[in-house]
Design a protein around this ligand. Sequence first.
Ligand code: ATP
Length: 347
Amino acid sequence: MTDGLKMSNVSHMFGDNRVLHEVSFDVAPGELVCLLGPSGCGKTTALRLAAGLEQLQVGEITVSDQVVARPGEYVEPEKRGVGMVFQDYALFPHLNVSKNIGFGLRHFSESERSEAIKKALAQVGMADYLNAFPHELSGGQQQRIALARALAATPRIMLLDEPFSGLDVARRADLRDTTLHVLKNAGIATVMVTHDPQEAMYMADRIIIMNEGAIMQDGTPEELYFHPDNRFVASFFGEVNHFSAKVSNGTIFTPVGEITNVEYDDGTDVDVLIRPEGLHVGDAVNGHDILANVDAVRVLGEVNLMHLTLQKGGHIHARVPRRFSTLNQNSVAITLDPEMTFVFPMS
Ligand code: ATP
């Protein structure tokens, strides 16, 4: 029983191309789940199946405990209680804002429709734009109208497909924030498709990370970032330093330090992935330090990225707090943060 959206064992083929493979997840009311993954991994297909824009081949989809799709059974998109927002706004160019939003509310009485339009516009901060035409609005404003249109019908489920990717950085941040607050306040179960890990971490209560049609991991942003199940997930959230090594006496020796209490048997070949912020940089204090020469320091905003060459060989990247911006040392000592270090047996 799920009082939101539930997809169970959904598989999908386009001709010979298997696009989804036994995908199962659920989204509770008020929860925002991001489907995250590289281009072509099947995110949009999963969303279109949930919306009813694509016929389900294998599996089952329920909305508020009602089956909306299983092989041989199909509920029309407009009867699923689903709102949708796409990347390209999809507003009718010849209709003003009020009529664009009202279009999906034809079954409302005139006064109900007018109330619903005003309420939805207020929710997205566009109350003054009732009579504007799409061409008079910026991309961000058009997307707010698209969101208002989806909200006005009070959907149980909201499906967002890369809704911010056509916008510049400032508008994107602004609209993300509005969207998050509106959907949370309305208590709607939301699935958002994105290929941007930062966006997923900003928006999501849970992230489902996909690759080649399959779910790689389903968890909170914290679980995925700090406890990735596999190399794919660990690497997807940004750059990692990569070393190959072998377990010896329960320990892994890497060029940037030792990892102890390893759970794999001695002799196992492993990949070691270390986030740039998992390499700490400091002054050399004794002869046991692991030393690196500083090649360059780049200011990234809140952090700096250091390009380093280990004195025993190998190029690495470390992300360090901004106070290191004044750093003018030629060499530094490296220590490894086990929390940001991930070990996987080589396949
Ligand atoms: P993107 O971020 O690029 O949109 P995605 O993860 O959303 O990617 P999908 O759009 O679901 O991926 O596409 C998954 C695969 O299915 C791709 O190989 C795509 O070419 C293929 N595909 C999608 N729609 C169709 C279709 N209608 N007919 C045939 N193949 C399709």
